[in-house]
Ligand binder design. Sequence first.
Ligand code: FES
Ligand code: FES
Length: 154
Amino acid sequence: MVALYINGVHHELDVSPEMPILWAVRDVVGLTGTKFGCGVAACGACTVHLDGKAIRSCVTPVSAAAGRHVTTIEGLAPEGKEHPLQAAWVEDQVPQCGYCQSGQIMSAAALIKKTPNPSDKEIEAAMSGNICRCGCYERINSAIRRAAHETANA
Ligand code: FES
Ligand code: FES
């Protein structure tokens, strides 16, 4: 049994402690916004937050989250209040196929929480581990800059 918070809700999961957080949130809790890409921490599709930091949920055992807070894409906009990144994503029409996008947004959200006005270099460093097979990188970076700018001027 592993007890943790997922998107602010307390869960006691009857799973092996070694189960990756990815499968706990998708298969046990039923939150399918977090995606499986490579399974070896190489693509970023599975990115979630653990106590506010971006992590690769495909290689992080659920035991590492015991007593802690996991946030998935479904929990990024609590009470329906749109996250500035989500608004910017829509404004810039970022996704193509969409598969990588929840991981991209979760990495970007961790970045702008820590660094509200990131430089291009900081964006590149924070996002370099998130692969997009559709090649939407320009729009991803532009949406991050837009969200940071709009947050700073809110
Ligand atoms: S599925 Fe986790 S990094 Fe690719
Ligand atoms: S939008 Fe298709 S992989 Fe990124």
